[in-house]
Design a binder for this molecule. Structure first.
Ligand SMILES: CC(C)(COP(=O)(O)OP(=O)(O)OC[C@H]1O[C@@H](n2cnc3c(N)ncnc32)[C@H](O)[C@@H]1OP(=O)(O)O)[C@@H](O)C(=O)NCCC(=O)NCCS
Length: 172
């Protein structure tokens, strides 16, 4: 299947999106999309975005964004030094990101990640967030995020971050 990687193909999740056959190889992520994502959107505890092809409701990829906070001491010392000592800092959490097995290796994971970075940057101009953070579910996910220059937190290396200043530079 050749994917049309256009930003209008990534939209907030809706009832009409077909989530039943989505399979990224990780059952927890499949179940989340199938059973939980719409409720999270309705209750406004996460904002799930899905990728589909024009005229076909089958979800081929998804990611979620929500607001979060981090404890400042978790950041690398060099970055901490440049920030005010507020104890806790606002961030955006990329909670989940997954691609269906039929759509792998065609740049969709990267395309959705860039879309999430752009959305986070735009939102941070209205409600501040100093980084995008991710919680890698396994080593494959961790290496995916490291590939895109995410840095691990000191005490919890499966949690990674990319500063909003870096993200802003990417889109400058
Ligand atoms: C990780 C995942 C999202 C990647 O999606 P994908 O569409 O196959 O990846 P892409 O085709 O966009 O890859 C883009 C780039 O990332 C690289 N990449 C992909 N997976 C990678 C990995 N696990 N580790 C390191 N690099 C990786 C590709 O080589 C490619 O690099 P290049 O542009 O330099 O050639 C997908 O494999 C997936 O859904 N996995 C299961 C769910 C999961 O673990 N999600 C992670 C967060 S919870």
């Amino acid at each position: 299947m050749t994917l049309v990687l256009a930003s209008e193909n990534i939209r907030p999740i809706e009832k009409a999106h077909d989530r039943k056959s989505f399979d990224c190889g990780n059952e927890a992520l499949n179940r989340y999309l199938r059973d939980q994502a719409r409720q999270d959107a309705e209750k406004r505890v996460a904002a799930p975005f899905v990728f589909t092809q024009p005229g076909n409701p089958k979800v081929l990829g998804f990611y979620t964004l929500s607001s979060s906070i981090i404890v400042m001491d978790e950041l690398p010392a060099a970055l901490m030094k440049r920030l005010p000592r507020y104890g806790q800092l606002p961030v955006t959490l990329l909670g989940r990101l997954a691609v269906d097995g039929t759509a792998r290796g065609q740049g969709l994971g990267e395309f959705m990640l860039v879309d999430a970075l752009r959305r986070s940057l735009e939102a941070s101009q209205q409600i501040a967030a100093m980084a995008l953070i991710v919680e890698a579910k396994n080593e494959q996910a961790e290496s995916f995020y490291r590939h895109f220059d995410f840095q691990p937190f000191q005490q919890t290396p499966m949690r990674l971050f990319l500063s909003m200043a870096e993200i802003a530079k990417m889109f400058a």
